[in-house]
Design a protein around this ligand. Structure first.
Ligand SMILES: Cc1cc2nc3c(=O)[nH]c(=O)nc-3n(C[C@H](O)[C@H](O)[C@H](O)COP(=O)(O)OP(=O)(O)OC[C@H]3O[C@@H](n4cnc5c(N)ncnc54)[C@H](O)[C@@H]3O)c2cc1C
Length: 387
């Protein structure tokens, strides 16, 4: 493993690493090969309390900051695992925590903290609107004590391995709101009950072993008590949660990046071609060194975003920039790692091709690189909005 200087989170790192070490490469490889869900791994992380890091102690969580939570995600990915199977459990509850009523928090948070309930899913993206979220067409219409939901979502992850989902739907038609970001609301959806009446789940086969789905709603009834916060403010509530999500995913990319650097430096140091280790050639060294430098820089931005978030300061720019830098750096590291493993990079037993696929996702989801660039151009640099 590449030597990193011990930091103030070393004890936390060691504890997460010790748990992850019980799930070696062969475990993750086998789950990937059968396109399964890493149940035992996610259960172990849940039982150890790591996924409840951000839930306050009064609700049974450990009440840690985003910095500590991000270290947990980083170490999962650095160990060869993929936090994408369970990261929703760590950050989706933030919406409830910030905007739920006292009764909702008391109902959901202790069960999420203990792992009795999984809140792994968040349903935002739709096929027709894509990144232009204000154009979503899924509607929720109040009828008596319930909202009746009709519409469609796409790419909604972990639905089959979650008990609850946070759903964004339009409660006031776009044509009737003053601001296009108004008139959307969020709801807690009991996924198993929904599957029995009004919601159809169609899995999407995809490049990564990532359980993600199309969802179809036909007169799905959600109790009005499941509305979170005020009707019409849902878009703002979702945005509120994005800084934590982006920073945690940046940390996952940093974990991936360090995994790639560890593997490729070890391999390049041992693999002898033309009578010397391939790692002795500058053509091999430089892309690896460059990726390492970029990962270290992304790491600084990650901790800057965490410090601001934990101090309750605005951190939109830093969270977005951390996600951008980390996703780019992990992808550079992935490319170098695959390239310098030569043919073996493509062999399942080296795990490089699996991690390569997994880390590529983060340039597209949960927000694409272009959308981060336009956020920075508009909100940080003051350039005109481009769309
Ligand atoms: C494996 C996976 C899991 C996912 N899980 C979830 C989930 O759990 N919940 C959920 O709600 N969503 C989820 N998503 C959806 C994900 O957030 C979106 O795919 C992502 O935000 C991009 O949206 P889109 O696919 O609609 O692309 P589009 O909006 O159609 O964009 C396509 C491309 O065009 C670019 N583009 C679009 N507009 C502009 C512009 N104005 N300027 C420059 N470039 C532009 C984008 O950057 C992108 O690269 C998941 C996606 C994947 C692949």
């Amino acid at each position: 493993m590449v030597k990193s200087k011990p930091d103030r989170y070393q004890d936390l790192r060691d504890a997460v690493r010790a748990l992850c070490a019980q799930f070696p490469d062969s475990y993750h490889r086998e789950v990937d090969a059968r396109r399964g869900y890493p149940e035992a791994f996610v259960d172990a992380l849940t039982k150890a309390g790591w996924l409840a890091a951000l839930i306050p102690q009064e609700y049974g969580g450990s009440g840690l900051g985003l910095a500590e939570a991000s270290v947990i995600m980083e170490e999962i990915n650095r160990s060869g695992g993929n936090a994408g199977a369970c990261h929703g459990q760590m950050y989706n509850m933030g919406t409830l925590l910030r905007h739920g009523s006292a009764a909702q928090k008391q109902l959901y948070l202790p069960k999420i903290a203990s792992g009795e309930w999984r809140l792994q899913s968040m349903g935002v993206t739709e096929p027709s609107s894509g990144t232009d979220t204000t154009k979503i067409r899924t509607t929720a219409v109040k009828r008596g004590d319930a909202y009746v939901v009709n519409g469609q979502k796409v790419w909604i992850s972990r639905v089959q391995h979650s008990d609850w989902m946070i759903l964004l739907a339009r409660t006031t038609p776009l044509a009737e709101v003053q601001k296009r970001t108004d008139g959307m609301s969020i709801f807690m959806v009991d996924l198993r009950a929904a599957e029995r009446s009004g919601m159809t789940v169609r899995p999407i086969a995809n490049m990564v072993n990532h359980e993600t789905n199309e969802l179809f709603f036909e007169n799905l009834e959600i109790p009005a008590a499941n509305l979170i916060g005020d009707e019409g403010s849902g878009f703002r509530y979702i945005l509120d949660g994005l800084n934590a999500e982006r920073t945690l995913i940046a940390a996952e990319c940093i974990g991936d990046g360090r995994w790639f650097i560890d593997r490729v430096t070890a391999y390049a140091g041992e693999r002898v071609v033309f009578g010397r280790a391939i790692g002795q050639n500058q053509g091999v060294q430089f892309p690896i060194a460059e990726a390492h430098i970029e990962i270290e820089a992304a790491d600084l931005m990650r901790f800057r975003a965490c410090a601001l978030f934990d101090a309750h300061e605005p951190c939109g720019a830093e969270a977005n920039m951390a996600k951008y830098l980390a996703a780019k750096a992990s992808w550079e590291a992935a490319n170098a790692c695959l390239q310098f493993h030569g043919g073996f990079g493509f062999a399942h037993e080296y795990d490089v091709e699996r991690k390569f696929r997994e880390t590529r996702l983060y340039q597209v989801a949960p927000i694409s690189t272009n959308l981060i660039l336009s956020y920075v151009a508009e909100h940080v640099l003051g350039l005109p909005r481009s769309f």
